[in-house]
Design a protein around this ligand. Structure first.
Ligand code: AMP
Ligand code: ZN
Length: 473
């Protein structure tokens, strides 16, 4: 597998720290609102990376945080007149719903900043002891950026250039309100509380952490001092990821992450997505019009590092493309039931070999820095090949074998291609009745089993005062 490493600025062969295992950290959203389709891009592409590596036999320990303390969250809470935690918990729950719709697997762990404060205080204390952090009069703790020799190695920025850039643009060097700050590029590790804000006790003052420290701490806690891959959107390279490296490497004394992966930005109608331009979509907006599988398919139609343009027209063509693949799978399922019985013919065996070599080609293109655009082309080619080779009928065995390969690759992409058999209403009613009996007999294991079976077939049960209601998902 070759990965473009932002740290070395080139394609590198991926070599994990421990054979067969991957430790990966992906910066997650700040939860003050419904997630937008830009936030969905890193979720989808790195989930696909995780699925692909799992399919290639790796065990992936995947951690992705929720930033649940931040100015935007505090402002939203103030506007609604509720606690900050009410806002963050609400939008974490909403985000999880969107992830489910996008078929993004839950991370191995989804840590939340507010639950990791002791680890952050620990790391800041270590930095202070080592001379990388200092406290000023009002209780703010800053990171002493110039002391970290490697500062700028990820972004390619150099503090002196940044500083002269600031001067030539006429910016004041000392940011106002930062009394005692030694250098313009020192960043906040801990800051004092303001009236009405959430706060925690600390050795420096009652306050809250800066943004960057949470990722350094959660990555250390759940994955270790040195991890294989750290990922996020390209806007995070500077300053967020640069600062994470400075914090972690100064505190732990070892390299932070071997590979840094960054997704390109999602634009709308070739413009930057922004609320003020009015070209801003939440995932929920898209869900009102399309199955979210279409959004996922659309995102994967480009390699993750390329900028991606979103438009109605491109979504329509993604929908048509996904339908083409689904129809191919549907034809194969049909043949699986109604095709010729018996073993594959000689000709089919040869054709199946071709299918397997297409799967090898899929692996090859995906091994090239997760080229999902080419991966999808291979799936299209496979569907075309399946349509051609079965147009005059086929054995059930051949149809089943080809369908299973296409579905396997679809699953790597996180696309649900399997055509679930329609569950008839009578059967649902019968299972619900059986579940009620099981409950009366206190056989809760069976009752749960029935609920889960129905769920896996797309039927959700809801216990209400009027009895059990069901709906198709
Ligand atoms: P935020 O909540 O702003 O910290 O963003 C969460 C994740 O979404 C980060 O990895 C960002 O880089 C990413 N992100 C935000 N906007 C976009 C966008 N328009 N295109 C792609 N990724 C984005
Ligand atoms: Zn982060």
């Amino acid at each position: 597998m070759k990965i473009y490493n932002t740290l070395s600025k080139r394609l590198e062969e991926f070599v994990p720290i421990n054979e067969g295992k991957i430790t990966m950290y992906v910066c997650g959203p700040t939860v003050y609102n419904l997630i937008h389709i830009g936030n969905a891009r890193p979720m989808i592409v790195f989930d696909t990376f995780r699925r692909y590596m799992t399919y290639r036999g790796y065990e992936v320990n995947y951690v992705s945080n929720f930033t649940d303390v931040d100015d935007k969250i505090i402002n939203a809470a103030r506007e609604e007149g509720v606690e900050a935690s009410e806002i963050s918990e609400r939008y974490i729950a909403e985000c999880r719903k969107d992830m489910e719709g996008l078929n993004v697997l839950p991370a191995t762990v989804h840590p939340q900043a507010t639950r990791e404060i002791p680890a952050m205080i620990d790391m800041i204390s270590t930095l202070e002891k080592k001379g990388y952090a200092y406290r000023v009069e009002d209780g703010t703790v800053y990171y002493r950026t110039r002391k970290f020799a490697g500062y700028g190695k990820l972004s390619g920025k150099n503090i002196d250039d940044l500083e002269s850039g600031h001067r030539s643009e006429g910016h004041a060097l000392k940011v106002s309100g930062a009394e005692g700050k030694e250098d313009d590029f020192d960043f906040v590790l801990w800051k004092p509380k303001k009236e009405g804000e959430p706060f925690w006790e600390s050795p420096w003052c009652e306050g809250r952490p800066g943004w960057h420290i949470e990722c350094s701490c959660m990555s250390k806690r759940y994955l270790g001092d040195t991890i294989d891959i750290h990922a996020g959107g390209e806007d995070l390279i500077f300053p967020h990821h640069e600062n994470e490296i400075a914090q972690s490497e100064a505190a732990n004394g070892v390299p932070f992450a071997h590979y840094w992966m960054h997704n390109g930005f999602l634009n709308i109608d070739n413009q930057k997505m922004s609320k003020s331009l009015g070209n801003f979509f939440t995932v929920r907006d898209i869900a009102a019009k399309y199955d979210l599988q279409v959004l996922r398919f659309f995102m994967l139609s480009a390699q993750y590092r390329s900028p991606l343009n979103f438009s109605d027209q491109l979504m329509e063509s993604a929908k048509a493309g996904l339908d083409r693949i689904k129809n191919g799978v549907l034809n194969l399922s049909d043949l699986e039931k109604n095709g010729i019985e018996g073993d594959m013919t000689e000709k089919e065996l040869a054709e199946y070999e071709k299918v397997l070599s297409e799967r090898d080609r899929f692996n090859e293109v995906m091994d090239n820095d997760l080229n999902t655009a080419d991966g999808i082309s291979v799936i299209f080619d496979l569907v075309k090949f399946a349509n051609t080779t079965t147009s005059k009928g086929a054995t059930r065995a051949y149809a089943a074998a080809v369908r299973s390969v296409i579905e396997q690759l679809g699953n790597v992409m996180g696309l649900k291609l399997e055509t679930k058999e329609e569950v008839l209403d009578e059967e649902i009613e019968r299972l619900i009745a059986e579940r009620q009996t099981a409950r009366k007999e206190k056989n809760f294991a069976r009752a749960d089993e029935i609920r889960d079976e129905l769920l896996s077939r797309g039927i959700r049960l809801k216990d209400t005062r009027e009895g059990v209601k069901w709906s198709r998902i």
